[in-house]
Design a binder for this molecule. Structure first.
Ligand SMILES: Cc1cc2nc3c(=O)[nH]c(=O)nc-3n(C[C@H](O)[C@H](O)[C@H](O)COP(=O)(O)OP(=O)(O)OC[C@H]3O[C@@H](n4cnc5c(N)ncnc54)[C@H](O)[C@@H]3O)c2cc1C
Length: 441
């Protein structure tokens, strides 16, 4: 059995797991990555924009081969909606065309599979070309413990042993709970459900409709009518010849309001703004997945213990501050940091919590936990009814007044604004919200 012992077993071939694996291969560690899906990415759903420059550190010059990603983002739009109108803030910048890109749109089944291919290449160049593996179609059922230390995994009748384990199993973190790092039940108000359709067009039509050039792309977030009064938001991302259109909806609010994600998505698609966008498109795929709301209260009690670390969304590392959903970049960075900690532990010959606690420190010092802490108020604020109801209604009501020119005396802008505010709220309530918002960002 000793012969078969790995330096590390990574559970999960999503972004966190693959990023950990790539780092382990580059650091000449002997490892086994186990993914339950038929191939890496086959079980994964994402909107999805991978934000930031992290990928260029894992796969330098990744943009020179375009198999992995769909488009890079050079245009961002935030749209407020009521029942018949939409009011957008739009930003496009030439500087976003430069590499490394600020964000790339990915389709996970394609992207994860591509990244797994890169990990295989790194394994081939490592000291363990024959002894490190990515194994698919295997479900890890149990983490084997010995005297409180994680020592291996069990999958069916098979057992595999390692000095360390990285749990990168995603939001449904059953193994993290099994080793006692996470409470058994996560309250429903800390979980959301994501639904997404992929709608295909003729590529030229898509590029004309969204004014895309080459591989440039757009991300559009929606607040208001999109979610049918349920807390959450909508998104639209342009792929090569399709769009990803979807919603993230608070699970508790959905249940309390007796609504289904599918019905809300259909209503969203009937909104005049969306109807025009998706005209002539063909729905190729519908998918749904649970997603964390990014509330730090539901993070595992700790993200390491003797022999084991938790990375990515399994550790609840995700943030939706209204500007974007950041889950994949957090997963990537945490996977890298966990793998670096394994490398250091091997040098020390100590895989106990005493060494693995450095993973926590690295994460605290990185943008992942710094941003999650800094923007927790924004995360909470986004769940308030004002944000997905009152504010978009005021914005759209004001837009209707401001942009309509009539053959009658035009009121001053401040009067229009005042009328819109009074119709949906009050200045006092809005001022309080504004102060809260300014502080949270
Ligand atoms: C609708 C939607 C839209 C989103 N949009 C964005 C976006 O635009 N940008 C962004 O950054 N994030 C987005 N996210 C969040 C993002 O998808 C996640 O944060 C990210 O996928 C987390 O990566 P991960 O590697 O931690 O987990 P996952 O991607 O979930 O990967 C976990 C892997 O582990 C495997 N696994 C689980 N259990 C086992 C087991 N017991 N044995 C073997 N294998 C196992 C799974 O099959 C899976 O492949 C979105 C999520 C949703 C649902």
């Amino acid at each position: 059995m000793e012969e078969e012992k790995f330096d590390c077993i990574v559970v999960g071939g999503g972004i966190a797991g693959l990023s950990a694996a790539m780092t382990l291969a580059r650091n000449n560690m002997k490892f086994l990555l186990i993914e339950r899906g038929e191939f890496a990415g086959s079980k994964n759903v994402s909107g999805g924009v991978l934000w930031g420059e992290g990928l260029s550190k894992l796969v330098p010059n990744y943009w020179e081969e375009t198999e992995g990603f769909e488009r890079f983002i050079n245009q961002r739009r935030l749209t407020f909606m009521d029942g018949d109108s939409s009011f957008s803030v739009d930003f496009k910048s030439e500087s976003f065309n430069e590499t490394p890109y600020k964000g790339i749109v990915v389709l996970r089944s394609k992207f994860d599979n591509w990244l797994a291919g890169k990990v295989e290449e790194a394994i081939a160049e490592s000291d363990y070309p024959e002894d490190s593996f990515i194994a698919t179609s295997i479900l890890v059922e149990e983490i084997l413990m010995d005297n409180g230390k994680a020592v291996g995994i069990k999958a069916g009748e098979e057992e595999f042993y390692a000095d360390s384990i990285i749990l990168a199993e995603g939001v449904n973190n059953l193994l993290t709970r099994q080793v006692g790092l996470q409470d058994k039940y996560v309250p429903a108000d800390h979980v959301a459900t994501g639904v997404k359709e992929i709608i295909r067009y003729d590529q030229q039509k898509l590029e004309d409709r969204f004014q895309l050039n080459g591989l440039s792309g757009m991300s559009n977030e929606f607040i208001g009518f999109a979610t049918g009064g349920v807390e959450g938001g909508g998104f639209l991302y342009t792929n090569r010849d399709s769009i990803s259109l979807g919603l993230v909806l608070g699970l508790k609010d959905l249940r309390e309001k007796g609504k289904t994600p599918y019905d809300i998505l259909n209503e969203f698609k009937e909104h005049p703004t969306i109807k025009d966008i998706i005209k002539d498109g063909e729905v190729l795929e519908y998918s749904a997945h649970v997603v964390s709301t990014g509330d730090m209260k539901v993070m595992p009690k700790e993200i390491y213990k003797d022999g084991v670390m938790v990375a990515g969304e399994a550790a609840n590392l995700l943030m939706n501050s209204g500007k974007a959903i950041q889950g994949m970049d957090f997963a990537m960075h945490s996977g890298i940091l966990a793998a670096e900690t394994v490398t250091e532990a091997k040098t020390k010959g100590d895989f106990s919590a005493n060494t693995l606690k450095d993973y926590r420190k690295k994460l605290e010092d990185s943008f992942v936990l710094k941003d999650m802490r800094n923007f927790q108020d924004a995360v909470h604020m986004l769940h308030s009814p004002e944000m997905f109801g009152t504010v978009p209604n005021i914005v759209c009501d004001f837009g209707k007044k401001f942009f309509s020119i009539e053959n009658s005396p035009t009121p001053k802008t401040r009067k229009m604004l005042s009328e819109s505010v009074k119709k949906h709220s009050s200045f006092w309530k809005l001022a309080k919200l504004g102060i809260k918002g300014a502080r949270s960002l």
